[in-house]
Every structure is written in structure tokens, then in C-alpha cells.
Design a binder for this molecule. Structure first.
Ligand SMILES: NC(=O)c1ccc[n+]([C@@H]2O[C@H](COP(=O)([O-])OP(=O)(O)OC[C@H]3O[C@@H](n4cnc5c(N)ncnc54)[C@H](O)[C@@H]3O)[C@@H](O)[C@H]2O)c1
Length: 367
């Protein structure tokens, strides 16, 4: 039995039409398409790998489904491949980075690498990033800090782009899905990792449900009149995602507001929607060097023991038991690396159409 079946979790996509594709092939296809759209090779590879890593972790909403949208954004001049970022303000522990509309995957990786470098000498560091495009699965950046023996935190918002989430009690979208991710070093096989939108789910999951012609659970969105609905198409007709927390949605709403302060107001672009609709993803990152607080090996061992302590909680009725933060994504990754990733036909067709447009269908075996 595979690790994911053993955990009681089934495949993510078992109904509807889809193709199963190995991660390496998917990465090669996406990198080639991005390069054909004018992206330098290293950036194309980083974006393709970032998307496929999201698929591997089970976040198909942030996987290769986004590649056609990114290519459209390049064509519209909203993403500038190869843009040179600039540091507009800097101290030994901080940096404010203007991404110059580059790929968020590339800009935010460089920003986190800079924060880790600063924390190596100063023990704590933080930076903000503005004017970058979508940065995908947020976990990618704090994991860089955890791999360096540090605690990494990242939050992101959608800048002054169109909004997705209704603040608690409202029926109009005025917040982004404003995710938060924290990664902690440990001796566990899976990373000890929080990675979540502050809305009920990421907006990409609505897009995915539309692509898969599926209903969504009640409690995810409201329609334009503020009524609950399970039809994902209502979202694009003036509906809105709900903040995390259901009847206690004021908690998700409050978290999202704080993320926006850190990611949009602190770096400078401000709140609300800028009329051009250009997608600016603001980001706040902070890094804490564990060794400045206690010996790293002791800390890693205790985090490992803590995860086991959580994991061995007796299960509640009908539950598959407790998964510590980051465990499910890791199990999903093992499964999908071995067996491949389910890609719905609608997304696969878009990738094939792009390959044809760029004359790459034969080379990429997508004819
Ligand atoms: N770049 C952006 O603008 C943006 C915006 C929003 C979300 N995102 C990304 O979208 C992805 C999806 O976010 P989401 O909030 O919809 O994710 P989600 O609700 O599916 O899961 C949130 C987290 O909980 C974990 N999890 C799920 N079930 C669990 C269980 N039973 N026990 C323990 N842990 C469990 C998941 O592995 C995940 O880490 C994330 O990678 C996030 O970073 C990005």
C-alpha cells in the first residue's frame, strides 16, 4: 500500500477526465513553454519547478494549471521575465525589494536567500517585496530558511490587484486570499510546515473546480447577492470567497487584514484595487536563527518529538488520525513522485495548444 493510501487519504482527483504525468516530464514541458514565451532559462526552470512542486504537494490550484495564465500575463506585459530586482532600502537586518514586475517565484526566492544570509550574521532578518508577479505555493520560501537551520515565515497578498475575499460580514471582495507559511527545522522526514490561505481555500481551487466541472463544498463562496452557493462559476459572476473560520470567520478576516498590512502597506503599494488590474503580489518574509535562541540540534529533536506527540493523539470518531503540519503534503509528494500527477484534460489541452503555437508539440511529445 502506498504511503498516502496507508494514511487513509485517497487520490486527489479520481473523477472526470485526466491524464497522469510524471513530474519530470511536466517540469520539462512547462519550462520549455515559458522559455518560448521569452523567459530566461533559469527563471523558466524555477517557475516550472515551483509549479510542479505545488502539484506534488497536492496543491493543484498552484500547479501547472497556472502556466497558461502566466504566459498570458507575459504577453500583456504584466509579468516581465528577466527583470532585474532593485533593493530600495536596506539595513544589516532588513531590505525593501522592488521586484520590477519579475516572476514572483524568482524574486521571492532571491529575497528569502538575502534574508537567510542576513540572519546568518544578525540572527533575525526581515524583508518586504513589492511589484512582483504571482509567487505560487508560499511554502517554497520558508522552507529555504528551515533548510538553513532557521525558522522562516512568509506572508503574501495580492497587492492592489482585484480582490477575492469578502471581509467577515460583507458580500463584496475586498481582501486577497493572503496566505501565511511558517517552516521550522527538525529531524523529521517531512518538513514541519504550515502553509495556508487565510480564506477558506485558495482562489485557485475555485478555478480548478471550474476546470474539472465539479461542485465546491458549501461554505467556500457566496454569490454576488451574498448567498451561499456550491457553484464555482458564481465566483466569477461577482461572488466572493469567504474568510477562514466559518461562523468564526472574523478570525480569518483579521488574519487576512494583518497579512495585507505586512505585505502591502509596509512595503508601500497600499490597499484597495488599482484600476490597471496588474497583479502585484506583495510579500513579507522574516527569518529567525534558531541557534541564537538555543542549540539547533536540541531544538530540532524537540520539534520532532512534538510532531510525534501530536501524531499519536487518539483519533476522533471517523477521523484518519492526526497529521502534523506539513505531513500530508509530504505524503502526497512521495505518492505523486512515484506514480505521477493527475492533470485534468482542460489544463492538458491548454498546455498542448501552447506547445502547438510555439512549434514545440513534436519536441515535447504533445502532438
Ligand atoms: N501565492 C498566492 O497568492 C497564494 C494565495 C493563497 C494560497 N496560496 C497557496 O495555495 C496553497 C493552498 O492553500 P490552502 O489554504 O487552500 O490549502 P489547504 O486548505 O488545502 O491546506 C492548508 C494546509 O493544511 C494541510 N492539511 C490539509 N489537510 C490536513 C489535515 N487533515 N491535517 C493536517 N494538515 C492538513 C495542507 O497540507 C496545507 O499545508 C498553499 O500552498 C498556499 O501557499 C498561494
Amino acid at each position: 500500500m502506498s504511503p498516502i493510501e496507508n494514511s487513509g487519504l485517497g487520490p486527489l482527483h479520481k473523477e472526470g477526465r485526466f491524464l497522469v504525468v510524471k513530474a519530470d516530464r511536466l517540469t520539462r514541458i512547462c519550462a520549455a513553454l515559458l522559455q518560448a514565451a521569452g523567459t530566461p532559462e533559469d527563471e523558466a526552470q524555477a517557475v516550472a519547478t515551483g509549479c510542479v512542486n505545488a502539484n506534488l504537494a497536492g496543491h493543484d490550484s498552484h500547479g501547472v494549471i497556472a502556466i497558461p495564465t502566466y504566459i498570458d500575463a507575459i504577453k500583456a506585459g504584466h509579468i516581465v521575465p528577466g527583470a532585474e530586482w532593485t533593493i530600495v532600502q536596506e539595513s544589516p537586518t532588513t531590505a525593501v525589494i522592488d521586484g520590477q514586475w519579475g516572476f514572483g517565484f524568482h524574486v521571492s526566492s532571491k529575497a528569502m536567500a538575502l534574508a537567510v544570509q542576513k540572519a546568518k550574521s544578525a540572527n533575525v532578518a526581515a524583508c518586504t517585496v513589492f511589484r512582483q508577479s504571482h509567487l505560487g505555493r508560499l511554502a517554497a520560501y520558508p522552507l529555504m530558511a528551515a533548510n538553513a537551520g532557521m525558522i522562516g515565515l512568509a506572508a503574501a497578498d495580492s497587492g492592489r490587484s482585484p480582490k477575492y475575499v469578502a471581509p467577515f460580514g460583507g458580500r463584496e471582495a475586498r481582501l486577497g486570499t493572503n496566505p501565511i507559511s511558517i517552516a521550522v527545522p527538525s529531524d523529521l522526514e517531512a518538513p514541519f510546515l504550515l502553509d495556508m490561505a487565510t480564506s477558506v481555500v485558495a482562489a485557485g481551487k475555485i478555478q480548478l473546480a471550474v476546470a474539472r466541472d465539479e461542485e465546491i463544498p458549501s461554505g467556500w463562496i457566496i454569490d454576488a447577492a451574498g448567498r451561499p452557493t456550491t457553484d464555482p462559476r458564481e465566483y466569477r459572476k461577482g461572488g466572493a470567497l469567504l474568510p477562514l473560520g466559518g461562523t468564526q470567520g472574523y478570525k480569518g478576516s483579521g488574519l487576512a487584514a494583518m497579512v495585507e498590512v505586512l505585505c502591502s502597506l509596509l512595503p508601500g503599494p497600499g490597499f484597495g484595487v488599482e484600476p490597471s488590474g496588474r497583479h502585484n503580489f506583495g510579500c513579507f518574509m522574516a527569518v529567525f536563527n534558531v541557534a541564537a535562541f538555543r542549540p539547533l540540534d536540541q531544538f530540532k529533536k524537540e520539534v520532532t518529538d512534538f510532531a510525534h506527540y501530536l501524531k499519536t493523539t487518539p483519533p476522533s470518531e471517523g477521523s484518519y488520525g492526526v497529521f502534523y503540519p506539513g505531513e500530508i503534503g509530504y505524503l502526497r509528494e512521495q505518492e505523486r513522485r512515484a506514480n505521477g500527477i493527475e492533470i485534468e484534460d482542460a489544463t492538458w489541452e491548454k498546455l498542448r495548444a501552447l506547445a502547438r503555437d510555439y512549434g514545440l508539440a513534436g519536441e515535447l511529445d504533445l502532438a
